[in-house]
Design a protein around this ligand. Structure first.
Ligand code: THU
Length: 152
């Protein structure tokens, strides 16, 4: 098995469409509602027609009822554009709303959801993890979640 990814040291090194998506994820951080963790995350999904759908983490006093930024964005995209494949997702976040130096890495549950939308859409979904001064790009969800459970 080979896992490949690219590493960048600034947003300006990214291809134009990836930079746009990364900036959309950073911009989406303002929609976070995270009064419990104060960890602010934004995400942006690009559909096959170029449309960008954003999301941010939403927390709740009944803790399991909240949702990560990535799933907020993907479920929103899935609900609004059910026939459009999701071809890329960018994630940005940091404590108190300050972009973390470490690239924002999606949790396991979000990876599982990415994997299924990748299968549903029939196109590779790239993942762009945005950090301050360090950005990682993976070309497909399989690289983040190999041997995926999939029964569709
Ligand atoms: N969170 C995300 O939104 N995405 C991730 O990839 C990791 C974690 C959120 C969930 C929770 O609101 C807060 O960050 C702290 O875990």
């Amino acid at each position: 098995m080979n896992i490949s990814y690219l590493e960048f040291s600034s947003l300006d090194e990214l291809p134009a469409d990836d930079k746009e998506l990364a900036l959309a994820a950073i911009g989406a951080m303002k929609g976070a509602y995270a009064p419990y963790s104060n960890f602010i995350v934004g995400s942006a999904v690009r559909l096959e027609d170029g449309t960008i759908v954003t999301g941010a983490n939403q927390e709740n006093a009944a803790f399991p009822s909240g949702l990560c930024a990535e799933r907020t964005a993907m479920f929103s995209a899935g609900a609004a554009y059910p026939d459009k494949a999701m071809v890329s997702i960018a994630i940005a976040g940091g404590s108190g709303g300050v972009l973390d130096a470490s690239p924002a890495s999606p949790c396991g549950a979000c990876r599982q959801v990415m994997a299924q939308y990748q299968t549903k859409g029939g196109k590779k979904m790239s993942i762009i993890m945005v950090g301050n001064g360090r950005i990682l790009k993976f070309y497909r969800v399989d690289d983040l979640l190999p041997f995926i459970f999939n029964n569709i």
